[in-house]
Design a protein around this ligand. Structure first.
Ligand code: ADP
Ligand code: MG
Length: 351
């Protein structure tokens, strides 16, 4: 299988930097999500990995072999990369089986083997029995599955996805996430998956690379992204929660005291930060308690039903918090918020 090493890769278009000195080590057989807001450089990085773009600087290695640098690029068809893009790129005049068989036909594989491998790939993406269908009659999700089956028969060691679910409705999306996970488990391919949807990234990937303005902000497991975001941008981008400005003092290694208005609480931290800092508070680590019974004092600014609970936004010293409550609260009511867990966001200037 194929590990991918990305070394300080940079790409600009007309003087604007789309990907800015990004380095990433993707283990063989890993599932990596590239996550970030629209325009942050995800697709460009994916196209660099797949071989559709030449970097201005840096290099990319597949299996320790340089396949892209500023001088030369090994084209996609020679680097064994399979591509599943949002526009499905299927041949409209070919059946489902014809589309999936296409890369094998191009290689002159015998028809009995083609039939066997196409059937196997269609079964893997849960399209068994769809062989003779016209691709024009398929739903968006089914077309994605055909595109994925085509990558699988081609035995691409690396499969890259660019926002494959962006056109699908929410139920179909959940089913496709399960298919992607299943295909990854069953085939062990190295997968790079671009999305702007954090829920998709957290649910799918072993590790997530968060990008903003062409730069890599954090590369870690979904749990670490959520629990210990490396920057304020990551803290605000991933999950629900509030980031407040507060004063922190060291308590013990890995733990700080945070002063917020008239009260203080403990937070996890990296090292021993001191002074003004951003502090992340997740809703599940907060409880509304009676006003005046300790906790952070604040005023209700928003109360929104979101299914099982009401999401309450509370203005406090230094910012706004988000807390869940079983019932709506009147705007402007005074409340108190007790803190079970928090995280001092590292200051990029001090590291
Ligand atoms: P994302 O996929 O995260 O939305 P892109 O990689 O598509 O971001 O784009 C990053 C930046 O590079 C954007 O500002 C975009 O306009 C620019 N860009 C991407 N591709 C091209 C191109 N072929 N020509 C000019 N500018 C481009
Ligand atoms: Mg894109």
């Amino acid at each position: 299988m194929t590990p991918i090493k990305i070394e300080s890769i940079t790409k600009s278009f007309h003087g604007e930097t789309a990907v800015d000195a990004v380095s990433l080590d993707l283990a063989s057989g890993s599932f990596t999500a590239l996550l970030g807001p629209s325009g942050c450089g995800k697709t460009t990085l994916l196209r660099l990995i797949a071989g559709f773009e030449r970097p201005d600087a840096g290099r990319i290695l597949f299996n320790e072999r340089t396949i892209s640098d500023a001088r030369a690029v090994v084209p996609p068809e020679e680097r064994n990369v399979g591509v599943v893009f949002q526009s499905y790129a299927l041949w409209p005049h070919l059946s489902v089986a014809g589309n999936v068989a296409y890369p094998l036909k191009m290689r002159g594989v015998g028809s009995a083997e083609i039939e066997r491998r196409v059937a196997e790939a269609l079964a893997t993406v849960e399209l068994g029995g769809f062989d003779a269908r016209d691709t024009a009659d398929l739903s968006g999700g089914q077309r994605q599955r055909v595109a994925l089956a085509r990558c699988l028969v081609a035995e691409a060691d690396v499969i890259v996805f660019d926002e494959p679910l962006a056109n699908l409705d929410v139920h179909l999306r959940a089913a496709m996430l399960e298919t992607f996970r299943q295909v990854h488990r069953a085939t062990g391919r190295t997968i790079v998956y671009v999305t702007h949807d954090q829920a998709e990234a957290l649910a799918l990937a072993d590790r997530v690379a968060v990008m903003d303005h062409g730069k890599l902000l954090q590369f870690s497991t979904p749990e670490m992204l959520y629990r210990a975001p490396a920057t304020g941008m990551v803290a605000r981008f991933i999950g629900r929660g509030g980031v407040i400005s507060a004063e922190v003092t060291p308590n013990e290694p890995g733990r700080s005291r945070v002063i917020c208005g008239q009260t203080s609480f403990f937070a996890r931290s990296q090292g021993q930060p001191q002074g003004p800092a951003d502090v992340l508070l997740r809703p599940e680590a907060l409880r509304l308690v009676d006003a005046g019974s300790g906790g952070i004092a604040g005023l209700v600014r928003r109360s929104t039903y979101h299914g099982p609970a009401y999401e309450i936004e509370v203005a406090v010293a230094g910012g706004r918090l988000v807390v869940d409550a079983p019932h709506a609260l009147a705007l402007g009511s005074p409340v108190s918020v007790a803190v079970d867990d928090a995280w001092v966001v590292p200051d990029p200037k001090s590291s």
